[in-house]
Each structure stands twice: as structure tokens, then as C-alpha cells.
Design a protein around this ligand. Structure first.
Ligand SMILES: CC(C)(COP(=O)(O)OP(=O)(O)OC[C@H]1O[C@@H](n2cnc3c(N)ncnc32)[C@H](O)[C@@H]1OP(=O)(O)O)[C@@H](O)C(=O)NCCC(=O)NCCS
Length: 136
């Protein structure tokens, strides 16, 4: 039987070219400032969204959905639920950084109400970062 953290790590490995290690995920998720949302389909954890709330500001670290479950509205649903958890912890605004070349993620975030704040050139070495912001 896989634990929740094993399942989240499985999604992480299958969704990112430079995944966090299991230890990084476990440590972040166990932090008391963390907010986590997961989605299950047919008993399988197919997506997660992970962020943090510090005082009245939230940050979204990552959101991922297993490839075979993408384009079914799962990320959109998890984001809405995560925003509610962030608000319940007192956050008024959520920030995130994303690779400028990650068109799927940027489209998702803009559909969810995020607006571009600025671009950080070569933040990822081979790509710029776009900083996005959403009032909660
Ligand atoms: C980004 C990601 C989380 C989207 O998950 P998803 O469950 O497929 O997204 P949804 O089905 O909820 O899509 C919601 C909206 O986002 C946009 N979107 C999602 N995937 C898209 C794609 N491949 N191309 C263009 N737009 C896309 C669309 O506007 C979509 O609405 P629509 O289907 O009505 O057109 C998923 O592609 C993923 O896990 N990618 C790898 C990890 C990653 O890059 N995460 C983001 C950085 S942390």
C-alpha cells in the first residue's frame, strides 16, 4: 500500500523534468505553513497542488496532474480548492513563478484569474520566469 507521500512523489516524477526528491516533498508537506490539495480518481492519486501561507500572502509552489488525467479540469478544480484553504488561513493574495515556455500552466493560471506581474530573465537558466498574482 502506497502512502500519500509516495503517491504524490509518483505524480511529481511523472510530471516534472527536474522533480523534487521524495524528502523535499515530505519536508515541505509536513511544514505547518503548507497547504496541500490532492485529487483521487478510481482510488488513484492523480494530481496535487502545493503551496504555503505566510501571514496574509500565499505562494503556489507546484501543481501537477498525471498525463493520462490531464485536460479534464482536475488542475482547475484543485486550484479553486487550494485558494479556499489559503483564504481560510488568512491569505489575501497568491503569487507564483512559472517558466515562460510552460504555456499549459500559464493558460491554466490565467483562466484561474492570475495576472502577470513581471518577467525575471533567465530565472531558470534556460528560460525566463513569469511572476503571476491573484487576489484571493
Ligand atoms: C499544468 C497542468 C497542471 C494542467 O493540469 P490539467 O488538469 O490538465 O488542467 P485542466 O484540465 O484543469 O485545465 C484548465 C485550463 O488550463 C488550460 N490548459 C491546461 N492544459 C493546457 C494545455 N496543455 N495547453 C493549453 N492550455 C491548457 C486550459 O485553459 C484549460 O481549460 P480548457 O480545458 O477548458 O481549455 C498539467 O499540464 C501538468 O501537470 N503539467 C506538468 C506540471 C507543470 O508544468 N505544472 C505547472 C508548473 S508548477
Amino acid at each position: 500500500m502506497m502512502s500519500n507521500i509516495d503517491e504524490i512523489y509518483f505524480v511529481e516524477k511523472n510530471c516534472f523534468g527536474n522533480p523534487w526528491t521524495r524528502e523535499m516533498l515530505e519536508s515541505e508537506i509536513s511544514n505547518k505553513l503548507s497547504v496541500l490539495e490532492t485529487e483521487n480518481k478510481n482510488g488513484i492519486l492523480c494530481g496535487f497542488a502545493l503551496g504555503r501561507v505566510i501571514a496574509d500572502e500565499a505562494e503556489l509552489f507546484k501543481i501537477a496532474v498525471l498525463p493520462e488525467y490531464q485536460r479534464q479540469g482536475i488542475a482547475e478544480r484543485m486550484l479553486i480548492a487550494l485558494h479556499e484553504k489559503m483564504k481560510a488561513r488568512g491569505a489575501m493574495v497568491c503569487f507564483l513563478e512559472v517558466r515562460e515556455k510552460n504555456e499549459a500552466a500559464i493558460a491554466l493560471y490565467e483562466k484561474a484569474g492570475y495576472r502577470r506581474v513581471r518577467v525575471i530573465p533567465r530565472y531558470y537558466g534556460d528560460d525566463n520566469a513569469v511572476v503571476l498574482k491573484r487576489e484571493l
